[in-house]
Design a protein around this ligand. Structure first.
Ligand SMILES: *Cc1c(COP(=O)(O)O)cnc(C)c1O
Length: 391
């Protein structure tokens, strides 16, 4: 059992006995519908006409001039909802419908996945409950309001620190008691098997499109693909179709926060050690007693103490490299891209851009780098203003 869904030493499903048949039912349904003609057609239509795929691959010429090599942005920020999250919620929401489920539940931290799920609940006419820590409910009141407007119920979670990891625990607990009609729509490429596989599948459209776009627009593949890492869903989607292209470097950028030495960060692979969280083994931020520690980052969307199992594996075997970007550099790069390209990146995506900006002057001018622009920064303008007030 524990061997299924393994990426090297990571992944698996460390869950209470009652959840095992539920996860098996999910795996079977996913295997059945992922290539089912009706399912594939409906998902393709909604991806095009509802979500806005394909997204452009944009040559950021002024940003390229600034860094001294060629930077292309995969514009997931232009999707419905303003981020890559809709790729996953659309896919899993449709899977729930094909499985005959009538209710959706999801966890959320910053509220972005909760909102992306609430939108799909509305679209598919499914009753939707979003579990959210009380601290987050307070901090993210605008997203809470938007979820309610979409008709979702927001369930405040009291336990622990009232943040994302507590919301996931409660959602899993609720699911065990309501499995017959309820689908748990998990938000990132982590959690117990088969979620990492499912989320990767639905996010892989990013690299499937980008790979073809590079061949069409440049007649060649990029030298490097860079993406930010929270739980790892936009990154694994951006990496997936390039993993077999050994010449394409893959770089995941974690939230270095105020710096790895300060303890205020969310860099699970860069600074964590292996352990089990939310049903899977991965690199984790934990103390010497194995207690999961609270993460801290300027971008709430990267604040997760664990990380998807495939990233842990890709790191161990050296196929992908993982680095951390600190808050100062992230804010700097948010400002830079906005000023010279007129594109406001999400603070999450600005981590990937900050790493690329740090390579300024070190690469050959012909080098081609793709940055996955996972989301737009409109939601972050307030936070940026607090740290960098305009004159
Ligand atoms: C949620 C989010 C992330 C982090 O999640 P992953 O699963 O690591 O992709 C990154 N960027 C944006 C814009 C997000 O909304």
């Amino acid at each position: 059992m524990k061997h299924r869904g393994r990426y090297g030493d990571y992944g698996g499903y460390y869950v209470p006995e009652v959840l095992i048949p539920v996860l098996e039912e999910l795996e079977e349904a996913f295997d059945r519908f992922r290539d089912d003609e009706a399912f594939v057609t409906e998902l393709a239509e909604l991806s095009t006409y509802y979500a806005g795929r394909p997204t452009p691959l944009y040559h950021a010429k002024r940003f390229s001039e600034h860094v001294g090599f060629q930077v292309y942005l995969k514009r997931e920020d232009l999707l419905h909802g303003g981020a890559h999250k809709v790729n996953n919620t659309l896919g899993q929401g449709l899977l729930a419908k094909y499985m005959g489920k009538t209710k959706l539940i999801a966890e959320t931290g910053a509220g972005q996945h909760g909102l992306a799920t609430a939108m799909i609940g509305a679209l598919l006419g499914m009753e939707t409950k979003i579990f959210m820590g009380v601290t987050d409910v307070e901090r993210q009141s605008v997203n809470v309001h938007k979820m309610k407007l979409c008709g979702a119920e927001v369930v405040p979670v009291e336990g622990g620190t009232g943040t994302l990891k507590d919301a996931i625990n409660d959602a899993l607990r609720y699911w065990t008691a309501h499995v017959t009609d309820t689908f748990y729509l998990f938000g990132t490429a982590a959690g117990p098997h088969p979620y990492p596989t499912i989320v990767k599948h639905f996010q892989s459209c990013i690299s499937a499109e980008a790979r073809q776009q590079f061949l069409d627009q440049l007649g060649r593949l990029p030298d490097m693909v860079v993406a930010c890492i929270g739980g790892g869903s936009n990154a694994i989607g951006a990496f997936a179709h390039f993993i077999d292209d050994q010449d394409v470097k893959l770089i995941g950028v974690e939230a270095g926060g105020e710096g790895i030495g300060t303890g205020k960060h969310a860099a699970s692979i860069v600074a964590g050690t292996p352990g089990v969280l939310h049903g899977a083994r991965s690199y984790l931020l934990q103390d010497s007693e194995g207690q999961v520690v609270d993460t801290e980052s300027i971008s709430a969307g990267l604040d997760y103490p664990g990380v998807g199992p495939e990233h842990c594996y890709l790191s161990d075997i050296g196929r992908a490299q993982y680095v951390a970007a600190e808050d100062e550099a992230v804010l700097e790069t948010f400002g830079l891209l906005t000023r010279i390209e007129g594109i406001l990146p999400a603070l999450e995506s600005a981590h990937a851009l900050a790493y690329v900006a740090s390579l300024k002057g070190t690469l050959d001018p012909e080098t081609v780098v793709m940055v996955n622009l996972s989301g737009r920064g409109d939601k972050d303008v307030g936070i940026v203003e607090q740290h960098r007030p305009l004159e």
